[in-house]
Design a protein. Structure first.
Length: 486
């Protein structure tokens, strides 16, 4: 059995239960800390109260002795007055006799060696000063004060029944029962209040999280209802402005992107089928006519038509495969440093020899280096030059220059140009502003779309810049540092 299975079995799965358990656990730690602090503080203050009562009783007894009055036995704390030369106590009270029944002298008489602050009282189960009887036989704190008999008058001495040379000592026992009783009572109250608080905190947290998660459950149900046949379903955005609102907005944005991607895919498939159907129809028709009338067929012309349509199919298939690879965002090989000026000059020379009568010029000679795939850069530039060659009247001008951290390449033709409202539309797939003429010249409607995707893949941009004559495409690519020659 996996070691984590018991923990998973006992650990709640519900977010509400987990939040309630976490809140209760955190509150328990905090309440325990507060309870411990209150316990120590109440105990300290109770001890101070007991000491204050003992001091008050001591002062009262001393005043009474100085006045020659025998203190009464009724007292809130135990006390005892002893004197040298006496076998019994001068006075006692507050339950002092319960410490050692049958004797009138519990505490020692003064010896002239100072006053003790702790005394050992004899054990007696019958001792019960009103709080607890388990304290008998323990060590108690006692405070005392000494009185010399020679400071008292003879009538006072006779009232107290002590000798003239005697020395009196007043003991007052500091009982911890009051502090302990208050502390125990406080502890019981804290325990009850803590348990009730934990239950309330857990319950409030549980229901608060449950209420807070209701919009999430609604979002989950609506999101689950989104299917391929019903992709336009959207979740309701709460007007509260909290995190659930951000979640709903993000989900709606994601659903909209998925809807747009699905619509684009459907449109792409339809356009690709349409593009494939046109050359296939032409190819099939020419072959069927040739086979139906073989004796009247110009076979070289039929073969040339079939070859031309086959080349169109091949070019379209290659463009579709390239777009599929670009859409997958597959990692490319390690980038190389490519001199775009040299690449443009080579392509210009090739097109000058094979293209229809056009003047292609490359006005740049300074090296312009960029990181990337040389084959991808060549395909990008060929697509731009092919597009310009299909629409140019007489001239195509290509410029390459370094501009700060960018390499800027422009391809400008003297054709009819592109309307401003179609400046972005021409980069969409299978878009032709002059559909029939583009097909006649072998265009697939994918060249500019592929060129822009390649530019973006190399962290660049491809845009159509306004011109009074013709169309001017501007390619911007991050500039690479010039390689160091050996």
């Amino acid at each position: 059995m996996n070691a984590t299975e018991p923990r998973r079995r006992w650990w709640p799965r519900s977010v509400r239960a987990r939040a309630a358990l976490a809140a209760a656990s955190t509150a328990a730690v905090i309440l325990v800390g507060i309870a411990w602090w209150v316990h120590r503080d109440v105990q300290r203050q109770g001890t101070q109260i007991a000491q204050l009562q003992a001091v008050q009783q001591l002062n009262t007894v001393v005043d009474q002795l100085n006045a020659g009055v025998v203190p009464v036995r009724r007292s809130i704390v135990p006390y005892e007055v002893v004197a040298t030369g006496r076998r019994t106590a001068v006075a006692y009270g507050g339950g002092m006799e319960d410490f050692d029944p049958g004797t009138r002298h519990v505490l020692p008489a003064p010896t002239g060696q100072g006053s003790p602050n702790v005394v050992r009282l004899p054990a007696n189960r019958g001792y019960n000063p009103g709080i607890a009887n388990s304290m008998a036989g323990g060590t108690y704190q006692a405070i005392s004060a000494d009185i010399s008999a020679d400071e008292l008058s003879s009538d006072k001495l006779s009232a107290l029944r002590v000798a003239a040379d005697a020395k009196l000592r007043v003991y007052v026992v500091v009982l911890p029962h009051t502090a302990e009783a208050i502390t125990k009572t406080t502890d019981r109250l804290l325990l009850r209040a803590g348990l009730v608080s934990l239950v309330l905190i857990a319950a409030v947290t549980y229901f608060a999280v449950r209420i807070g998660l209701r919009p999430v459950e609604t979002i989950r149900v609506l999101t689950a209802s989104v299917t391929a046949s019903n992709p336009r379903e959207r979740v309701t955005v709460p007007a509260t402005g909290h995190e659930i609102t951000a979640l709903a907005t993000t989900i709606n944005t994601t659903l909209q992107r998925l809807d747009n991607a699905a619509a684009q895919q459907r449109r792409f498939v339809a356009d690709a089928a349409h593009e494939l159907r046109s050359p296939l129809t032409t190819l099939l028709a020419s072959l069927e006519i040739a086979l139906a009338y073989p004796e009247r067929t110009d076979w070289p012309a039929a073969a040339a038509t079939a070859a031309r349509q086959t080349r169109r199919l091949q070019a379209l298939a290659e463009d579709l495969l390239l777009l599929a690879r670009l859409d997958t965002r597959a990692p490319t090989a390690d980038p190389e440093t490519v001199d775009l000026t040299a690449l443009t000059a080579r392509l210009t020379e090739q097109y000058s020899l094979t293209a229809r009568p056009l003047t292609l010029t490359c006005d740049s000679t300074a090296p312009a280096h960029a990181h990337g795939n040389p084959a991808a850069y060549e395909r990008l530039l060929r697509n731009l030059i092919d597009n310009a060659a299909r629409h140019a009247a007489h001239r195509i001008q290509i410029t390459v220059r370094n501009q700060d951290d960018w390499v800027v390449l422009t391809v400008h033709d003297d054709g009819p140009g592109v309307p401003a409202e179609d400046a972005e539309r021409i980069f969409e797939r299978f878009v032709r502003l002059d559909d029939s003429r583009s097909r006649d010249h072998g265009g697939t409607g994918l060249g500019l779309a592929i060129a822009r995707d390649l530019a973006h893949r190399h962290r660049g941009t491809l845009t159509l810049t306004p011109r009074t004559l013709g169309a001017c495409f501007q390619l911007r690519l991050p500039r690479a540092s010039d390689p160091v020659e050996d």
